[in-house]
Design a protein around this ligand. Structure first.
Ligand code: PLP
Length: 398
């Protein structure tokens, strides 16, 4: 271990110690007051920090960045990035310049990359915000180079090389033609990166093809830091770690190893207020489209969260084959169609006294994570998080 690596390991150790401190101190609140809303979203920043520290340790001495696009996957860009920066995270990835600007205010010293690159004539705005574009096509590169030359801008950029995803990135041929640049001073390439298409499916043949192709890219750009792995990529092993990894999902508690136990700590908790509890006779139906029929006399708790809150049918289907809510510690099925602002829970199995109007039921939580049963290789758990609506009261804890 070099001195630098040892220092990094010590730093991570210290951060882990801090994360183990007693949890659940509210550090920030947003959205309407609890009384005025139907749902409360609690985000455990200590768990996010613990997840980042865990990943950083797994990949050391490679650097662990954090992907905080889409409002940190719905968990709050400013709050999440602030907590991670305090824990030692020095590099962040977002999708758009507007996200980068918000992030810049939260983490003045950090390196910020914008994954979607530069829109036409956008170079100056990137320099202005002191953020680095991830350049994924030749026209972008030509524009950025011209801007840097004329303005003597040395802020750096990442070069995205496509290794098989066919979404963003220069082709391998384009990359090869650019490689001579590495020998010129001020070549301006701070990072070479690529992105895995199937990392959560460990046996998928595309993984090895991409890893092999990226190995060749790294040889072309010798001496420049390289990055390949997203969350699941990290768990494919050291061949993906390079100099930097870019986890997003795993930081927020999504299982990076679907099909195996989740190594990450759960992060979000969503609770909905019970508006009323009603009796429904056997044979009657509940909700729009009369899609659920009571098989017996039933008690239905109506809770104040719906698809207008981003609680989609797909979101409700996590955790089990059938959508469930946790009511006084017991799993109860969500029945009928989810409305815009309401959903119905069959609580017949619970004692008569519970739940009551004003009680809170859990739609997402420890008992019942964001992806317990998302079909293999599906992105449902990502959608659950990024859809979490703006109508909730939000509370960040550490
Ligand atoms: C979103 C994204 C990531 C993070 O992926 P996760 O699966 O959420 O870890 C990493 N790299 C790129 C290029 C991305 O677009």
């Amino acid at each position: 271990m070099t001195v630098q690596e040892r220092t990094r390991a010590d730093e991570l150790q210290a951060a882990a110690g801090a994360a183990a401190a007693p949890p659940s101190v509210p550090v920030a609140e947003a959205g309407p007051p609890v009384m005025e809303t139907g749902g409360v979203l609690t985000i455990d920043l200590a768990a996010i920090v613990a997840n980042w520290t865990d990943l950083a340790r797994r990949v050391a001495p490679a650097d662990c960045a954090a992907v905080v696009k889409a409002d940190a996957y719905g968990c709050g860009l400013v709050e999440v990035a602030g907590a991670l920066a305090r824990a030692g995270c020095r590099t962040f990835f977002v999708a758009h310049l507007t996200e980068a600007r918000t992030l810049r205010r939260a983490v003045p010293e950090a390196v910020i990359y914008v994954l979607n690159g530069i829109p036409p004539a956008g170079s100056a705005a990137f320099a202005d915000a002191r953020v680095r574009p991830v350049i994924g096509s030749m026209p972008e590169l030509v524009e950025w180079d011209a801007f840097c030359r004329v303005n003597a801008w040395r802020g750096g950029a990442a070069l995205h090389v496509d290794t098989g995803m066919n979404r963003l990135g220069l082709s391998l041929e384009e990359a090869a033609a650019l490689a001579v640049r590495v020998d010129t001073p001020d070549h301006g390439i701070a990072l070479v990166m690529s992105h895995l298409a199937c990392a959560e499916q460990t046996a998928h043949p595309l993984n090895d093809r991409q890893i092999q192709a990226f190995r060749e890219v790294r040889m072309l750009f010798r001496g420049i830091d390289a990055s390949l792995a997203n969350s699941s990529g990290i768990f494919l092993g050291p061949s993906t770690h390079c100099e930097m990894v870019r986890p997003g999902a795993a930081l927020y508690g999504i299982n990076p190893t679907p099909g195996a136990p989740n190594p990450m700590r759960p992060v979000v908790r969503l609770e909905a207020r019970v508006v009323q509890v009603r009796k429904v006779r056997r044979g009657e139906t509940v909700g729009y489209g009369a899609s659920w029929t009571a098989p017996r006399e039933s008690r239905i708790a109506v809770a104040a969260v719906g698809y207008g809150d981003g609680f989609l049918r797909a979101a409700a289907a996590v955790g089990q084959d059938k959508p469930v809510a946790v009511v006084v510690g017991k799993r109860c099925p969500i029945v009928g169609r989810i409305s815009m602002d309401l959903l119905a829970i069959d609580v017949t199995a619970l004692p008569e006294v519970s739940p009551r109007r004003g009680d809170w039921v859990t739609l997402l939580g420890e008992e019942f994570g964001v992806d317990a049963a998302a079909p293999f290789g599906s992105q449902i758990s990502y959608e659950v998080l990024t859809s979490l609506g703006r109508r909730y009261h939000r509370s960040w804890r550490s």
